[in-house]
Design a protein around this ligand. Structure first.
Ligand code: MV4
Length: 455
């Protein structure tokens, strides 16, 4: 196994990766910005290096600086976590060029999956179901109109480089698509430096269900069941769970097999996630592939008993998977909620100093923390300060445990979304498994109601 690994990230995920490194006897190298000098991941690291200013462009996205720390520290591999440089093909390429192992797939696969058009094309060729639509960039609005008519409205106009809903719009007529085209193209160009646009059929009331896969360098690929992440607010996931209460055992197997087919077709290596849209009849369609460890990976760990970071490290080191598909079991039900430092009324980030932090304890409760008592939450980074993961022997029990855990969670000094999380978990629609992607808009009164439940 590696002797020393650099963790090119911050917050809860840097701490999470370091924990597994320690358990495996691997020394950890942390990096930190000005704002993070006192952050938990810095204290956890065996050695930590200052890499620049508080803005991510000056530190956590500064490839030269990160590579310099790798050289200085003698790290053999880099774990990129999620976000930041995790899906940056250029960073992966530079690691390779320096003789460092990038803990993830090849740079070619990262860049192929970073393009929605290219990934759709690869999946269609592999026989994985994709949403009906095109797999080439549109020249202009008139071509978009033409294509939309071959599929029939409503369609979704999407940016190939898109993420977080940017450059994406549902359109219902020729006129609407004409109006929408250039604006979305411009937003995509401004955000991603890539204005390639395409069109696909709009899937009504979809669920977002993703399959976790692991692939070693010897051609073995397995799926670790699904995660249901349908409860989102403005493309930010809020609640994630495994397994999904919506899909049948047959759909689960078909989706798992499709994910394995997808990974094999592109020569995928390491941990990855295939996102699917699932319609009301349980038809599923490839949406995109995430070539990194995801925020919500703990729910998969809780139901399978596997440590995904350990598997990533073993695969990156060149080990063969020690299990095959039939060995992968499923126990009980796990739910994760993301705790954000945000104002429950406005949903704006709520920076400040945490003056009190009391964490619920108990069987089946797991915390992943980016902060500690007396930590400062700065405006420079993602406002997610913690994840709370609970288990139960079934979904009902997991929900009960989550409700109790949220009741015992105390944060003072900053505002959090805990009142909103309580509302979701207590909601009849959530309890009955009616968790479509419009859950928050449909079932939660924005602002006022969340604010009231603070008291
Ligand atoms: C869709 C869709 C319906 N039909 N594509 C949102 C994020 C982006 N990655 C893809 N998204 C969607 N694509 C077609 N053809 C609906 C969404 C969507 C969504 C998907 C998953 C979870 C939450 C969502 C919220 C709004 C829209």
């Amino acid at each position: 196994m590696f002797n020393k690994v650099l963790i090119a990230n911050r917050g809860e995920i840097a701490a999470r990766v370091m924990r597994t490194c320690k358990a495996l006897g691997i020394s950890t190298v942390g990096v930190y910005s000005e704002a993070d000098a006192e952050a938990p991941h810095v204290k956890l690291a065996d050695e930590a290096y200052f890499i620049g200013g508080s803005r991510v462009s000056e530190s956590y996205l500064n490839i030269e600086k990160i590579l310099e720390v790798a050289r200085l520290s003698g790290a053999e591999a880099v774990h990129p976590g999620y976000g930041l440089v995790s899906e940056n093909a250029e960073f992966a390429r530079r690691c390779e060029a320096e003789g460092l192992v990038f803990i993830g797939p090849s740079p070619e696969v990262i860049s192929q999956m970073g393009s929605k058009i290219e990934s759709r094309k690869a999946m269609e060729e592999a026989g994985v179901p994709v949403v009906p639509g095109i797999t080439y960039p549109l020249a202009d609005a008139e071509e978009a109109v033409q294509v939309a008519n071959t599929f029939g409205y409503p369609v979704m106009l999407k940016a190939s480089a898109g993420g977080g809903g940017i450059g994406m719009q549902v359109v219902k007529s020729d006129d609407e698509i004409r109006k929408a085209f250039e604006g979305n193209r411009k937003r995509a160009t401004d955000f991603f430096g890539d204005g390639a646009m395409y069109v696909e059929k709009y899937v009504e009331n979809p669920r977002h269900i993703e399959i976790q896969i692991l692939a070693d360098g010897q051609g073995n690929t397995v799926y670790l069941w699904e995660r249901e992440c349908s409860v989102q607010r403005r493309h930010q996931k809020v609640v994630e769970e495994a397994p999904s209460s919506f899909i049948s055992e047959e759909t689960r197997q078909k989706m798992g097999q499709a994910a394995v087919t997808a990974a094999k077709a592109i020569g995928y290596k390491n941990a990855g996630t295939i996102e699917f849209l699932v319609d009301e009849q349980q038809n599923f369609y490839f949406l995109e592939m995430n070539t990194r460890l995801q925020v919500e990976h703990p729910v998969t760990e809780e139901i399978t008993g596997l440590d995904l970071v350990e598997q990533q490290l073993r695969i990156a080191f060149g080990e063969t998977l020690r299990f095959n598909q039939d060995d992968i079991k499923r126990y009980g039900h796990a739910i994760e909620v993301r705790i954000y430092a945000e104002d429950p009324k406005t949903f704006f980030p709520s920076p400040g100093k945490i003056t009190k932090l009391v964490l619920p304890e108990g069987a089946g409760i797991r915390h992943e923390l980016a902060v500690h008592d007396q930590s400062a939450v700065t405006p420079f980074y993602d406002p997610m300060i913690a994840k709370l993961i609970v288990k139960g022997s079934n979904r009902e029990e997991a929900i009960e445990n989550m409700q109790a855990a949220l009741e015992g969670y105390e944060v003072e000094g900053i505002k959090t979304n805990i009142p909103m999380l309580k509302e979701v978990i207590a909601h009849e629609a959530f309890r009955s498994g009616d968790t479509q992607t419009n859950f928050v808009e449909k079932h939660l009164q924005p602002q006022k109601k969340s604010a009231k439940s603070v008291k």
